[in-house]
Ligand binder design. Sequence first.
Ligand code: ADP
Ligand code: MG
Length: 486
Amino acid sequence: MKEEIRSKYQAVIGLEVHAQMLTKSKAYSSDVNEFGATPNTNVSVVTLGHPGTLPKMNKRTIEFAIRMGIACESDITELQSFDRKNYFYPDLPKGYQITQDRTPICENGRVYIKDDNDEDKAIRITRIHMEEDAGKSIHDVDVHDTLVDLNRAGIPLIEIVSEPDLRSSHEAYNYLTEVRKILRYLEICDGNMEESSMRCDANISVMLKGSKEYGRRVEVKNMNSMRNVQKAIEFEINRHIELIEEGEIVAQETRSFDALNNSTISMRSKEAANDYRFFPEPDLLPLTVDQKQIDAIKAKMPALPRDLFIKYTQKLGLSEYDAYNITDNKDLALFYEEIIAQTKNHKAAANWLMGDIKSYLNHNGLEVTDFPISAKTIAEMISIIDEGKISSTVASQKVFPALLEDASKSPLKIAESMNLIQDSNEDSLQEYINEVIASNSAEVERYKNGEKQLTGFFMGQLMRVSKGKADPKAASQLMRKALDNL
Ligand code: ADP
Ligand code: MG
C-alpha cells in the first residue's frame, strides 16, 4: 500500500489477554493444573459438570488475580460474584464457563509501555476478571476425527482487557511484552504463548487521522506468538484501509489468524454473535475482598519490572538500554540486585552482567539461575579492579575463565596465583617509563614536537615491558608527566 494512503489513517487497537494461572489445582475443582499430561487424565466429575457436583473456588486464583490488579494499579472490587456464560462446544463439557461478567475482580488499571516515539505511555486496563479455560479440540492428530482433551477444562484464567489505547502493531507488541513480563515477575503465569498459557485476542479498527470517532472493529484470534499478533494487526490495518478506500464497509466480525499466509480469515460475524445468556452462577457464593487482604497480598508482592527500571535509570545511573535488558528477565534482575547489594559500582556490575556473564550464558544455552559464579564473587572481582589490583581486561580474559573452572576460589587468590596483580607502585612504574623513554628516542622527539597522540604508543610499550602488569591508570598519569617534563 502506498505510504500516502496509509498515512491518512490511524489504527486503533485494544487487546484481550487470557493468562492461565500457575495454581496447583484447577479454578473450581481439585483436578491437577498441569501442561502436557496424558490427555483426559486430569478430569473429574466437577470438571465434567456432572449433575449433583459442585464447584469450589480456588483461593489462590483470587490472590493471583489481585496481584495482577495491584501491579496494574487497578481498583480491586470488594464484593465479587460469578456468572455463567452458556454455550455449546465439544470441548466445554459443562455447557457453560464460570466467569465474572458483572463484577470483574479489578477495574481501571494501567500498564506503562513505550509508544512509537519511545515515550512513556499509559495503556488503560478496563478490567481483569477470573474465569476458567475450556478443553482443547485437536484437529491435526487424527486425519478423520477431531480429538478432545479435557485436561485444560477448568484451568483458572484471568482475562485482562485493555481500553482501545494502542495506536500501532508495535505498541501492541510492547504492551504484550510488558504484560507478559509483569505476569512472570508475579509468578502467576508462565507467559508461554506457544503453549497457549498466554493468549491474545486483538481488536482492530482504523479511522481517518484526527477523527473523533473510532472505526468498526474486528477481533482476531489464534495468534500463538507475539510476532504473529503484530503480523495479524498489520494485515488487518491494511485490509481495513483498502476496504474503506474502495468505499466499502468493514464488517464487524471475528477472524482467525492464518500463520501460513500471514493473513486472517473470517470465522463468524458479530451480528450473529452468540447470545451467551449470562446469569449469576448459583453454585458459587459471592465473595468479599477486604482492604486487609489486599494489604497482605501487597506486602508479599515482588519488585516489578517497571519499579526496577526506574530505580536503575534514575537512582543507579544506568542507561535505559542496560536497565531494559536487565529487567527484561526476572532472574537476571534478581542476580543484578544480589551483585549490587555487595558493590557500589553499579555500572561495572551491569557491564559484567550484560557482557561476559550474558555471553557465557548465551554461548552455553544456560539460564542465569544456572550460572556457577556467585554474586558475591562477581562483586569481589569488581572491587579488586576498582582497587587497581587487576585490570578489567585481565579480569575478563584470565580471572573470569578461571572462576568458571572453579567458582569456589576467590578472584584475588586466582589473580595472585596466576601472577596477575598489577603494579601500581610508583617506583617500579617509573622504572618501566624510563626504559620506554630510553629505547624510543625517535618517538620521544616527535612527541616533543607536538605529536601528543603518541601517548598511546608509549602506553603500549609500557604494557609490553611490564608484561601487562602495569596499572594503566596510574602509569598513564606518570607517563604523561615524564614526557612533558623532558
Ligand atoms: P467482546 O466481548 O466483544 O470481545 P470486550 O469488552 O471483551 O468485548 O472487548 C472489547 C475489546 O475491544 C477491548 O479490548 C476494547 O479496547 C476493544 N475495542 C473496543 N472498541 C474498539 C475499536 N473501535 N477499535 C479497536 N478496539 C476496540
Ligand atoms: Mg473479546
